[in-house]
Design a protein around this ligand. Structure first.
Ligand code: ADP
Length: 187
């Protein structure tokens, strides 16, 4: 029962929580954003393909992202569970993920929905911009990423709700408190 997704708007704290939850459950945290950033840093072909999309706050094309996720889920450490952060991000990716897992007789067991209000999200992301210097963390790009989330990613929640596997968790408050809330929601 440890094939998990974490979904939420940019700035909700998905990445931070994903690492903690995955450690607790002894499964890998797989973040598509992190994989892209690593490839950009190392100037790989994948990184070169993804960079302009990421810097403008748009989704990287599915043709690139889907293959990357399929390859990552084929690695040995993901055989008995994983926590995916940042994928799926649109409806086509939901279907692709279903297909990737169906090939292995697997399915998603739970979806964690991490929620926070928009003003808090923008404030957190601007703060992170100052601290980490992520190239997609300036105000204009942040607002665009929130819009892409609303238009492309938020509709996925209804699909997973129909499957009865969504657990909603409030992302406001101390990091450790949010982690506790998530672990409780999963137990
Ligand atoms: P955040 O959730 O904080 O916005 P991420 O680190 O998850 O940031 O993603 C950063 C960027 O990487 C996205 O804005 C997008 O350009 C790209 N990206 C990440 N995951 C996907 C995906 N599943 N499909 C397409 N693009 C993606």
């Amino acid at each position: 029962m440890n094939r998990l997704l974490i979904i939420g708007p940019p700035g909700a704290g998905k990445g931070t929580q994903a690492v903690k939850i995955a450690e607790e459950l002894k499964i890998p945290a797989i973040s598509t954003g992190d994989i892209f950033r690593k490839n950009i840093k190392e100037e790989t072909e994948l990184g070169k393909e993804a960079k302009s999309y990421i810097d403008s706050g748009n989704l990287v094309p599915d043709s690139v992202t889907n293959n990357m996720v399929r390859a990552r889920l084929d690695e040995a450490d993901a055989a008995h569970g994983f926590l995916l952060d940042g994928y799926p991000r649109n409806i086509a990716q939901v279907h692709e993920l279903d297909a990737i897992l169906a090939d292995k007789n697997q399915q998603i067991d739970r979806v964690l929905l991490l929620v926070a209000d928009n003003d808090e999200l923008v404030a957190r992301l601007l703060n992170r911009a100052a601290e980490q210097g992520r190239t997609d963390d300036n105000e204009e790009v942040i607002r665009h990423r929130l819009k892409v989330y609303e238009e492309e990613t938020a509709p996925l929640i209804a699909i997973y709700r129909e499957r009865g596997i969504v657990k909603e968790v409030d992302g406001l408050g101390e990091i450790a408190d949010v982690t506790e809330r998530i672990l409780k929601a999963l137990s």
